[in-house]
Write a protein that binds this ligand. Structure first.
Ligand SMILES: C[S@@+](CC[C@H](N)C(=O)[O-])C[C@H]1O[C@@H](n2cnc3c(N)ncnc32)[C@H](O)[C@@H]1O
Length: 490
């Protein structure tokens, strides 16, 4: 907090507590600290899970750990001209929905900041937050039937990134990065992770994990992925290529397909609720085709990751295009869209190896950099079945490029079915403009950030699109995050 803001705060005469301590080794040197404590009433929960309260000067204060209806003693942590931030140090009047956080690291590790709210009530609160958000940002109401699907509130998270902290008594020790700081907090057990991931954290042996490594880099981060059966795949930068197949590749059965992925790339992190999202997307696709607003001629899956949605839906379409920026995803997208979701007797790892090998033989000794995944500059279309091979299934193109670049170069001139699933930042403006200018009349927008979704919707709305369907998916219980699916049409 800067000095002016600090003095402003003092002038409001809050409940100020002064303390002092002697810094050891510097006798006579006293450090005086002042805690500015306010008694505030929390009005409502806002995006990010903080409680909203008002200071005497009219500024809003976002209070970490506060729940609507509570009166709390709050320590201010930041003061700006228009708003302030604080955290609850004491709850004076408690909400009936407040519970004891289950995790001993609550407030320390930076994740799961909504643990003080009863799990059974979280969805209700998030629905209210999203309705308000949408009204504020998109100036429209979410449909009355907007609902949020939910599954297990604990032990659900199948993906994690942990920091290796060394080995003690033959056991690896791991930590989570703190939010908004580079610090690390050590973990023994995390109640939102799947039992498979917690077993890994408890039993991992450094000699096994880091086999083949001469030296373990400092601050090494590991990506962990539980495929839903408790088998954990892992990846860290510098992992010997020879160990990649065995350690990083995994397969998830979803929507009647075997989807192959790798712990180093994006994959959804709530496998128990994912089938519900898949069902909603499938229904939205079917409705679009049945209504004639979209067609079964062409499915375009933008921000496709390893081709997750396209692989599950490809049987419905004559032509499928996946577009993804991360080059490593390409080889998995190729495998996942190679046909009917698996060849009997051939393991997914073998399919990945086969795809890479066949590309190497086609491209010469150096191989195709898209399959090596080491050339981020390659922006080139790969038409798997257009090289003279007849596809027994669908015509498939797996493209390694930013979605906005692909849209700029490719004319979408038929009423294709379009799915977009961008990262938290939402659609790049050029991508949104290109979609609006194309002949796409209906799109399915999957989002992990309701704020950027509302922002993008407002732009689509100006261009004539209306909201046909809106659903939420509580993919991240104990946190304020929410997955959403919108269907837009014009
Ligand atoms: C939320 S994930 C969705 C992945 C996939 N739909 C799935 O369900 O597994 C977003 C993906 O978009 C990719 N991405 C981010 N920016 C991109 C861009 N400008 N163009 C294409 N892909 C992008 C990321 O690498 C990531 O794989």
């Amino acid at each position: 907090m800067d000095l002016v803001a600090y003095l402003n705060l003092c002038s409001e005469r809050p409940d100020t507590r002064v303390g002092c301590c002697e810094i050891s080794g510097f006798s006579g040197l006293l450090c005086i600290f002042v805690l500015l404590l306010y008694e505030l009433s929390i009005e409502k929960l806002v995006q990010g899970g903080e409680g909203l309260a008002r200071l005497n000067d009219g500024r809003v204060c976002f209070v970490r750990g506060g729940l609507p209806g509570e009166r709390c003693r709050v320590e201010l942590t930041a003061g700006k001209k228009d708003f302030a931030r604080g955290r609850v140090v004491e709850v004076l009047e408690k909400s009936a929905d407040r519970v004891q956080p289950r995790c001993p690291l609550y407030g320390k590790c930076g994740g799961c900041s909504l643990q003080h709210l009863d799990s059974a009530k979280q969805v209700q609160y998030l629905e209210r937050v999203e309705r308000e958000n949408f009204k504020r940002i998109a100036h429209q109401e979410l449909p009355a039937d907007f609902k949020i699907y939910q599954a297990e509130p604990w032990g659900y998270r199948n993906r994690a990134r942990v920091v290796y902290l060394g080995e003690k008594d033959g056991r690896c020790r791991f930590g989570f990065r703190k939010q908004e700081s580079n610090g690390v907090v050590a973990i023994e057990n995390c109640p939102v992770l799947t039992p498979g991931l917690n077993d890994f954290l408890k039993n991992a042996k450094a000699a096994e994990i880091f086999k083949g490594l001469k030296r373990i880099p400092k601050d090494l981060e590991l990506n962990l992925f539980d495929d839903g059966t408790g088998r954990v795949a892992y990846y860290f930068r510098g992992m010997p290529e020879s160990r990649r197949q065995e350690c990083s590749v995994s397969t998830v059965e979803m929507g009647g397909k075997e989807i192959v992925s790798d712990a180093s790339v994006f994959f959804q992190s709530n496998l128990s609720l994912l089938p519900r999202l898949v069902q909603s997307v499938r229904e939205a696709v079917d409705e679009g085709i049945a209504s004639g607003a979209a067609s079964d001629e062409w499915l375009i899956d933008l921000f496709s990751g390893v081709g997750f949605f396209a692989a599950i839906l490809q049987d419905k379409f004559k032509r499928v295009t996946t577009v993804e920026r991360e080059p490593l995803c390409l080889k998995y997208a190729k495998v996942n869209l190679c046909g009917n979701g698996g060849v009997a007797g051939v393991s997914p790892a073998e399919r990945v190896a086969e795809a890479a090998e066949s590309s190497l033989s086609k491209q010469g000794q150096q191989g195709d950099p898209r399959l090596r995944g080491d050339d981020k500059k390659v922006v080139k279309e790969d038409s798997r079945w257009s090289e003279g091979e007849a596809s027994p299934f669908t015509q498939v193109e797996n493209v390694s490029a930013p979605a906005e670049d692909w849209l700029a170069k490719n004319v979408v001139d038929k009423p294709a079915t379009l799915i977009v699933d961008p990262p938290r930042t939402g659609l790049p403006p050029e991508a949104l403009t290109a979609i609006v200018k194309s002949s796409v009349n209906r799109l399915i927008y999957v989002s992990c950030d309701p704020v950027t979704l509302a922002r993008d919707f407002a732009k689509f709305s100006t261009a004539g699109f209306t909201l046909k369907r809106a659903e939420g998916f509580a993919f991240y219980p104990q946190t304020p995050h929410l997955e959403m699916m919108f269907v837009l049409a014009r």
